[in-house]
Design a binder for this molecule. Structure first.
Ligand SMILES: C[S@@+](CC[C@H](N)C(=O)[O-])C[C@H]1O[C@@H](n2cnc3c(N)ncnc32)[C@H](O)[C@@H]1O
Length: 240
């Protein structure tokens, strides 16, 4: 199994085909980034650019796609856009000044609450006043019955907590395609309360959790129990 950090050999791009990523996660993130300002946006841990390109299509200004994995940046560059700059960079290091940060599926890279604090501090530091952070985070639920497990496989991922529902517990993410296990990743759980506390400690305000949206043109049968099955949280926070 790969750590969330060892991304080179993982076919994570395949998850971009998951129906909930296209019909719920993407529209939710785009909605939460609104109003899209006339200034710069960073997509941190942009991977193959799943969010970066649609953000650039909505935004009149520049979008930075930053990832520390060369292979992911090369994949992203296969779909160039005049307002996107892709670069290899560390989200724990210096980031460009910007008005919006999309941090989707990256907070769970922090191994400890201390690391999460440094990361969130770094995001706060790179945002301009009035700027906004949008983050989609893994929030696995401890119990699912067998029917729900099958439904989750159809959605493409099963997230298993390797311990109690508390900070720093390891999460195993098993990614499926047509009920076949494709690859697994390891990440780290943080409670919604801890995430809010850290956001607030570093200076963010208007911290809010949001329900997922579901696009009108999505295949209907997929969405039975989606809110119950969905193991994601969407949080937004503003810099004063
Ligand atoms: C789970 S993937 C999510 C990719 C993309 N946001 C998406 O949802 O399709 C996380 C990404 O973060 C990148 N990453 C991990 N650690 C990073 C770091 N310290 N700095 C920048 N990117 C990082 C990984 O290479 C990977 O592409």
């Amino acid at each position: 199994m790969k750590n969330y950090n060892k991304f080179e050999e993982i076919d994570y791009e395949r998850t971009n085909l998951n129906l909930d990523k296209r019909f719920s996660i993407l529209p939710t993130v785009l909605h939460l980034l609104q109003p899209i300002p006339g200034r710069d946006i960073i997509d941190v841990g942009c991977g193959s650019g799943f969010f970066t390109l649609p953000i650039a299509e909505l935004s009149p200004n520049h979008v930075y796609g930053i990832d520390n994995c060369l292979e992911q940046i090369e994949l992203a560059k296969r779909r160039p856009h005049p307002r996107i700059s892709y670069a290899i960079g560390d989200m724990f290091g210096e980031l460009p000044s910007c008005d919006r940060i999309n941090a989707s599926f990256v907070l769970n890279y922090a191994k400890t609450t201390g690391e999460l604090r440094s990361l969130v501090y770094n995001f706060h530091h790179s945002l301009t006043r009035g700027g906004k952070l949008v983050a989609a985070v893994d929030l696995p639920k401890p119990y699912h019955n067998s029917k729900q497990m099958e439904q989750k496989k159809n959605l493409g991922v099963i997230k298993t907590l390797k311990g109690d529902l508390k900070d720093e517990t390891q999460i195993i993410l098993d990614f499926y395609n047509c009920s076949k296990l494709m690859f697994s990743l390891s990440a780290n759980y943080f409670t919604p309360g801890t995430i809010v506390e850290i956001l607030s400690d570093v200076g963010f305000t208007n911290i809010e959790w949001h329900q997922p949206l579901i696009a009108n043109d999505s295949p209907l049968e997929l969405w039975q129990n989606y809110l119950e099955l969905c193991e994601l949280g969407y949080v937004t926070a503003n810099k004063k």
